[in-house]
Design a binder for this molecule. Sequence first.
Ligand code: ARG
Length: 489
Amino acid sequence: MGDILRKARLSTQPADVLAFTSSIDVDEWIFEADITVDRAHLVMLTEEGIIAGDVCSLILSALDTIQDGGIAELPPEEDVHAAIESKLISRVSEDIGGRMHTGRSRNDEVATCIRLKLRDELLRMMRELASLREVLIAHAKMHTETLMPGYTHTQHAQPTTLAHHLLAHAGALGRDYARLADAYVRTNISPLGAAAFAGTGFQVNRARTCELLGFDGVIENSMDAVSARDFMIESASAFANLMTNLSRIAAEMILWSSSEFDFITIDDRYASTSSIMPQKKNPDVAELIRGKMGSTVAALVGILTITKALPQSYNRDLQEATPHLWSAATCTLASVRMTAGMIDTMTVHEENLARQATTGFAMATELADALVRRCGIPFRTAHQIVGMLARMDAAPSLETIDEISLSMTGRRLSDSGLDEQAISDALDPVSGIRAHVSGGPAPDDVVRVINIFENTLQKDLIALDARCKHVNDATGMLDREVQACKHVR
Ligand code: ARG
């Protein structure tokens, strides 16, 4: 029990100490990856003449059975790597199974497994995030003319459109996507062959295991290979950034679905009710996304603080960092999916949005701009005239504007060409929005930005497909090599 590594060197560990030391529960995440890494290592060892073909064949067949049994059927060892080896030895004898770990350490093994698994998580995450971006763009297309209030400081600021607002989120999520794609580059590199930290005297072929596992390159320095966890920090940080952006969407959906705002209705499937207040419809999914943002940041901080100041090279502390990565990945992937669903199924209350668009003197900036264009006065002066109007809470009539400007500047703006028509034009939100073409809500400009975002998304998906294909091709190659090795005997 828990002894294949210790039995010669150390006495048996009591169950409570083994439980404290073991990572087996969390290793479920890397169980499949470990079997894959074992296979690639075995194929390479055989090709290099380090182990015999018949030995490799017997081990590969036993690994199939071990894989079918899953992690639950492994004997108690301090981690999945030792447990798989232990089970292997119990099935095929130490004389056979005891050769699998030649030229390898659990240190390069675990680092390889984490990278393989994280690579899959990143690919899945990118796929889901691409769908969310697609949903945002699709809904932006439907709402290029849907007026709504735009906010700064959560105060009515200027009218905008729902399309413009949704595209703001799509822009941020496009950058999150790029961060994930970048993290992938520094994740998908192979530590295998680094052994404990100093490499190995066996002539292992690192390029070959790299190829068989679909990595894009090897980590050259073997000490770096086993001890680096910056790739985890980078991914967790990309997750945290993404979750920050999702929490902003979630917070808006919570506000917008309140009776005070009444901008949207969240679909029932994303809501819960109260155990006591029968009328309640609560935005629980959005709240949980907002909450899981905190868990994701906690995971990032966990990885950072566990890996801080660790001397080279492998330290067992590293085991403590890994679960945080999986927790961050789980929160983030689910939140991306939930956000896409919530947006896709929400009902938009267009009339209320339009009504609210101009409340709170939201056209004030347009009016000030009109005074500048019409009368040639400095913007600061126009800002003060309209500011005074707001302070007086007066209707923006020509007469009142003239009074204010007379007292402020000694001149009436009607003498410089201001008339009632110019004022009422400035107060019209629809024509105001049409003029806002500098990345703003003007429908034509929004369509221009939609096209750009769609092109970027297309390019991202092509690159993602290429990455998936590279990984799948490698999986196919490894499968074929494994089958060929099994038939030696
Ligand atoms: N469970 C260990 C981890 O997650 C695997 C590596 C163990 N290596 C060692 N030298 N004890 O880090």
